[in-house]
Design a protein around this ligand. Structure first.
Ligand code: 13P
Length: 333
């Protein structure tokens, strides 16, 4: 298959009505935090047990089109001793891989951060592709305040995202482009709208500069919401603000927008996605690429005990099914 055909086939498999992406690519420190919340120590065996358990949930492929993996998981076997990418494929799910190396402070820009990981990325992508990954993810993070993010951070992160996306497409791996404007802080929904518009507009400037083909990327943005320390907005208000920003800055050529949950509760993330899909026809398919909002109930049910298999898988399937409904505007609480 040509590179072009590969990219299009992967996009087609990922962007399907009633389906979204499961982000299970937590780095070691992040998964340790999630496990600690349910009283489990994060070891390689426990990570394998938990992830194998949720990925083998019967029927998961009905609502989940792709799973983003961490490098360790891409090379692991399931509890049933098939490789994790093969397990996902048997569920009709496309395996993906987080390829960035995390964030650090941006020098000379107090309070801003920049994502690392471009050096050697072309070689790593070849390896990941041989292991079965068909799409990738790179996350840029923007802190938000009255003055943040700075112009430097907006431009530097957009440049990294575009360089990453171009490298992915060159070898036939679909890039998920993730500019995450954080929910932390006491900013208003208006300030979130303003920052998201600036950030996403700059990302598309950089993508164009690097000649990234927009038809074969997936955008993974934050929803436009007030900061965590502000009063919550109604789902209709989140939907209205988010769609207003996106209509301004996301070209219609982009096939899918798969939101991150970013600290929303599972219920909020479902309600907000449903509200967006109740707003009428949009140029792009609007779905989810949730980590916490899909996995929290499953992690609680598992609590480190393999005997809780059926409860864990039932919790996983329930959130996948409800978000699958929300991706079509069909969710009723
Ligand atoms: P959350 O949905 O938990 O924000 O995770 C999505 C993700 O992949 C962040 O990079």
């Amino acid at each position: 298959m040509s590179i072009q055909a590969e990219l299009h086939a992967t996009v087609q498999a990922l962007v399907q009505p009633g389906k979204g992406i499961l982000a299970a690519d937590e780095s070691h420190p992040t998964i340790a935090k999630r496990f600690k919340a349910v009283g489990v120590e994060s070891t390689e065996d426990k990570r394998q047990e938990y992830r194998s358990l949720i990925f083998s949930t019967p029927g998961l492929g009905e609502f989940i089109s792709g799973v983003i993996l961490f490098e360790e998981t891409l090379g692991q076997n399931s509890l049933e001793r098939v490789t994790i990418p093969d397990l996902l494929k048997s569920q009709g799910i496309v395996p993906g891989i987080k390829v960035d190396k995390g964030k650090k402070p941006l020098v000379n820009a107090l309070g801003d951060e920049i994502t690392y990981g471009l050096d050697g990325l072309d070689d790593r992508l070849e390896i990941y592709k041989n292991q079965g990954a068909r799409f990738a993810k790179w996350r840029a993070v923007y802190n938000i305040s009255d003055t943040l993010p700075s112009r430097q951070a907006v431009e530097a992160n957009a440049e990294m995202l575009a360089r990453y996306a171009a490298l992915c497409q060159a070898i036939g791996v679909v890039p998920i482009v993730e500019p995450e404007v954080l929910i932390d802080g006491d900013h208003t929904i208006g300030r979130s709208a303003e920052v998201n518009e600036i950030v996403i507009a700059e990302v598309f400037n950089a993508l164009r500069r690097h000649r990234v083909q927009l038809e074969t990327i997936i955008l993974k943005p934050s929803m436009v919401t007030p900061g965590k320390e502000c009063a919550k907005a109604l789902p209709e208000d989140v939907a209205e603000a988010t769609l207003r920003v996106f209509r301004r800055v996301v070209p219609a050529a982009v096939p899918g927008i798969n939101f991150l949950s970013g600290g929303q509760t599972p219920e909020e993330a479902t309600l907000n996605l449903n509200a967006m899909n109740s707003f009428g026809q949009q140029p792009w398919y609007l779905s989810f690429s949730y980590g916490r909002a899909l996995q929290e109930p499953a992690q609680k049910a598992w609590a480190g005990n393999l005997n809780n298999r059926s409860q864990t898988q039932a919790a996983m399937l329930k959130r996948a099914r409800l978000n699958g409904a929300a991706a079509q505007g069909l969710y009723t609480p």
